[in-house]
Design a protein around this ligand. Sequence first.
Ligand SMILES: Cc1ncc(COP(=O)(O)OP(=O)(O)O)c(N)n1
Ligand SMILES: Cc1nc(C(=O)O)sc1CCOP(=O)(O)O
Ligand SMILES: [Mg+2]
Length: 223
Amino acid sequence: MAGSAPAEETRGGGGETRCRLYLITPPALDPAAFAETLARALDAGDVAALQLRLKDVDDDALRRAIDLLRPVAQSRDVAFLLNDRADLAVQTGCDGAHLGQSDGDHARARKLLGPDRMLGITCHGSRHLAMEAGEIGADYVAFGAFFPTTTKNAEHRAEPDLLQWWTEMFELPSVAIGGITAANCAPLVRAGADFLAVVGAVWNHPEGPAAGVRAMNAAIAAA
Ligand SMILES: Cc1ncc(COP(=O)(O)OP(=O)(O)O)c(N)n1
Ligand SMILES: Cc1nc(C(=O)O)sc1CCOP(=O)(O)O
Ligand SMILES: [Mg+2]
């Protein structure tokens, strides 16, 4: 996802797809301490993108977290996306923003981000929302939750056949999210997900985040 359009990064000339890992930060973190943890995790294996997802923090705290964490990701060619805030993503040099269905006007965010910054849109388990996202120029559509998750109260569910349908119908990359682990991700990879977005599987891995990244990449490769 780093650099040019995700579609070019993930789909080869023959149409084959290489699924990649998309990390989302833990729900709460101390930016200075987390910068070290993040660097070790990103150095452990392939990561396409990192989304900073901090809820209920003010703009000053968000800016501080961005200032400390964005260089850690971007210096490793990992795209740095901001959750919920296209405006702040532009102001702070992020590579893009991820917006949900209640996170404002998607078309306006697309304009604000311009052609060089990515826009990802949550589409739950809905073909209709995904097609709408494609029409307004999203760079990827996110489907979920595929499995139960304790990271947030996920009110919507998605099934792997949605990923398969999307992949067969459209070029636009898909992200699968929600309760994904190394143990359960194979059907999502096989169904055509371009990215697997995870929180707990990496940050709560019993042997630490670097082991979590290695385990996820091994599972993706083996699927
Ligand atoms: C990659 C990705 N997919 C889905 C989400 C969920 O976004 P949203 O529905 O806006 O919920 P919050 O994350 O804002 O709680 C996501 N963040 N990232
Ligand atoms: C942020 C988020 N959005 C979801 C959705 O379904 O839209 S599920 C989710 C949490 C993902 O964390 P974990 O990998 O620990 O389950
Ligand atoms: Mg949101």
